[in-house]
Structures are given as structure tokens and as C-alpha cells.
Design a protein around this ligand. Structure first.
Ligand code: NAP
Ligand code: ZN
Ligand code: ZN
Length: 347
């Protein structure tokens, strides 16, 4: 077994604290990875605080993992020692269902094996990236382009793919008007990716604080949702709106901002049911849809796309000892735009 150091939550009410555990020795298709950096996703906070129920403690969160391969199993063909790699939100799936066979492992009918707060196929709990090592089947490992720094690339493995996938699926590109609600970890990547795909990008933010940043990241327009004029001015404007916000919010006014046949795609996950009116949908043949991260092939496509366009995430690097403080700042929308933990701080 491989001795591993990390940070874990012992219960939903506990702060994260140092935790030692063991990873399996690499099986024949496994890759052993030294984790260099791990992003802090808002999902980590939802999970560590058991906001969605069914949590497994102790919990080592983290699914935006970037590191370097240190060992490979005897039958590994895709990676070698020294490769720059990433691991995202899942580390296995059934591999037999239609979604798995179509590279949509995130929609595996048996549910993928999530990177943390789940059980692997042997029933052992999975532990995430707030740790110094991880062992993952090569088919669930991604290659990080050489020109991208590992720290800024780490959040691509969740924040990046979660926006890339719906932008592609709903055909963001030249001539398309796309709005991103909430410019946080996910949202700021929606701006960069949508802009790089050639779409006209608008940010809908709950205050005016991020206006200058939005332009720097590539947004064409910026509006505060706290200003009711925004909803009058922008009626019928967008082909696609992606909502990244988890805070309680009325979605109905946003549906009216869509053109005929436009789609409001939800990726943020509020803890409560959201009331929806039917009129904004039928008075414009509009759709309300959801989207979950992305599959392995699309994750690699997204990483290559970012490599080709030479950008990754805007980050604030922190030592792991500051993780609890970072959680509080994420909740206050006080991060520009993703915290990334430097695992050298675990030594
Ligand atoms: P985040 O960094 O905290 O960003 C959320 C943004 O929401 C904030 O930056 C803020 O942007 C906006 N916001 C609007 N009203 C707010 C309020 N009252 N208080 C605080 N912020 C407010 O979170 P994230 O990591 O991007 O994740 C967002 C959500 O997506 C979470 O629920 C997470 O679990 C979920 N998620 C889903 C998927 C998926 O596959 N579907 C993947 C990853 C994460 P402005 O300041 O611009 O308004
Ligand atoms: Zn995430
Ligand atoms: Zn499956």
C-alpha cells in the first residue's frame, strides 16, 4: 500500500484537518500520480458539509487534480513516468452501458465512481485530491498539454469541462450570443471558453464588482442582475444561457432573456427545489436543461483546446493549511477565480 498524506473532514460540521491514509499499489492498468496541485470546487464545500446527503466520512475532497506520473502498471500503454496528467470528477465507471460506450461516462447508468465521497468497485471509499498521491486506472487519466502550467490547469478538470461541454453541445460559436450567470470558478471559464470558441459572451453577475475582470477574460458585455433594468434591456437576447450559481435565485426572469428556441442550461446546484413557470418556456419554444461535467474524450478535447489557445484558469494558489479559510471566501464570492492548493505545503 502507498502511504498518503492529505486533509479530510471528519464530519459535516468539522473543519478539514491533516489525515493519513493508504492508496492501493498500482494494478496492471493503473497510473500512480504525485499530486502537485488541486483546485477547490464549490462542490467540495457542498460535499464536505453534507449538503446533498449521503456523505462518507472521513472525506478527502478534491477533483481538480494535476500532477506527474511516478509509476505505471505492467499493462499501461497511455502514460509513462514523468508525464503531466490530470484527474477530474470520476475515476471509473461501469464501462458497459450506452453512455460509457459513447464516451459519456459522466452519465453512466450505474453512476460513475466519483473521485471522492464514493465507493470504488471493491467497495472501498474513494479519497480525492487534497492529498499528495493518487492511483487511477489509465483510462480515467487525462493528459495536460505541455504549455499549460499545472497549477492553473488543475481547475480545468472540473470548472473547465463543466462549461466546455454545454458550450459545445449547444453550439456556442461565431454568430451565437451566450450569457454566463455567475462569474466564479465555473463562470470565469465559461467566459474564456465561450470567447475562444468565437461566441459573443455576456456576463450576468450579482454585483458590479467583476465588470473590469470580465472584459479582461474576454466578455463582450457585463450586466448586474441586481439591477432590474438588466432584465428589461436583455429580453429575447440569447441563444444560450449557462447558470453556474448555487445560491437561491429566481430562474424565471432569465428564461425571458432567451431568443426563440434558446436554452437555459443549469450547472450550478442549489440545495432546494426551484419553482419554474411554464409561460416563459412555451412563449418561445425555450428549453430548460442541465449538464454534468464531461466524459473522458471531451475532457481531453477541452484540455487540448486550452493548450492550443494557450490559456487555463485564473487562480489564487494557497497552502493546504489555509483550506478552511478558502472555503469561507468561496462562499462570499471572494476568490479570483479559483483557489488551487499547492501540495508541496503538505510536506
Ligand atoms: P463559485 O466559484 O462559488 O461561483 C459561484 C458564483 O455564483 C459566484 O462567483 C457568484 O458570481 C455567483 N453568485 C450569485 N449569487 C450569489 C450569492 N448570493 N452569493 C454568492 N455567490 C453568488 O462556485 P463554482 O465552483 O463555480 O460552482 C458553482 C456551482 O456549480 C456549485 O453549486 C457547484 O456544486 C456546481 N458544479 C456543478 C457541476 C456540474 O457538472 N453541473 C460541476 C462543478 C460544480 P457573481 O459574483 O458573478 O454573481
Ligand atoms: Zn467540481
Ligand atoms: Zn456505464
Amino acid at each position: 500500500m502507498i502511504k498518503t498524506k492529505g486533509y479530510a473532514a471528519a464530519s459535516a460540521k468539522a473543519l478539514l484537518a491533516p489525515y493519513s491514509f493508504e492508496r492501493r499499489e498500482p494494478h496492471e492498468h493503473d497510473v500512480a500520480i504525485d499530486i502537485k496541485f488541486c483546485g477547490i470546487c464549490h462542490t467540495d464545500i457542498h460535499q464536505a458539509r453534507e449538503e446533498w446527503g449521503g456523505a462518507i466520512f472521513p472525506m478527502v475532497p478534491g477533483h481538480e487534480i494535476a500532477g506527474v506520473v511516478t509509476a505505471v502498471g505492467s499493462r499501461v500503454t497511455k502514460y509513462k513516468i514523468g508525464d503531466k496528467v490530470g484527474v477530474g470528477c470520476f475515476v471509473d465507471s461501469c464501462r458497459n452501458c450506452a453512455p460509457c460506450k459513447n464516451g459519456l461516462e459522466q452519465y453512466c447508468v450505474q453512476v460513475p465512481v466519483w473521485t471522492y465521497n464514493a465507493r470504488d468497485k471493491e467497495g472501498a471509499p474513494t479519497f480525492g485530491g487534497y492529498s499528495d498521491k493518487i492511483v487511477v486506472d489509465e483510462n480515467y487519466v487525462l493528459r495536460i498539454p505541455d504549455n499549460l502550467p499545472l497549477d492553473a490547469a488543475a481547475p480545468l478538470l472540473c470548472a473547465g469541462i463543466t462549461l466546455y461541454s454545454p458550450l459545445r453541445h449547444w453550439h456556442a460559436g461565431p454568430g451565437k450570443k451566450v450569457a454566463i450567470i455567475g462569474m466564479g470558478g465555473l463562470g470565469h471559464m465559461g467566459v474564456k471558453l465561450g470567447h475562444a470558441m468565437g461566441a459573443e459572451v455576456t456576463v450576468l453577475s450579482h454585483s458590479l464588482k467583476k465588470r473590469d475582470d470580465s472584459k479582461r477574460l474576454g466578455a463582450d458585455h457585463f450586466y448586474a442582475t441586481s439591477d432590474s433594468d438588466t432584465f428589461k434591456k436583455l429580453q429575447g437576447s440569447f441563444d444560450l444561457i449557462i447558470n453556474t450559481v448555487s445560491a437561491q435565485m429566481d430562474w424565471n426572469p432569465f428564461l425571458f432573456l432567451l431568443k426563440v428556441d434558446g436554452a437555459l442550461v443549469v450547472v450550478g446546484i442549489p440545495g432546494m427545489p426551484v419553482p419554474i413557470q411554464v409561460f416563459p418556456l412555451i412563449l418561445g419554444r425555450r428549453s430548460l436543461a442541465g449538464s454534468n461535467i464531461g466524459g473522458i474524450p471531451e475532457n481531453q478535447e477541452m484540455l487540448n483546446f486550452c493548450g492550443q489557445h494557450n490559456f487555463a484558469c485564473d487562480i489564487e494558489v494557497i497552502p493546504i493549511q489555509k483550506v478552511n479559510e478558502a472555503y469561507e471566501r468561496v462562499l462570499k464570492s471572494d476568490v479570483r477565480y479559483r483557489f488551487v492548493i499547492d501540495m508541496a505545503s503538505l510536506k
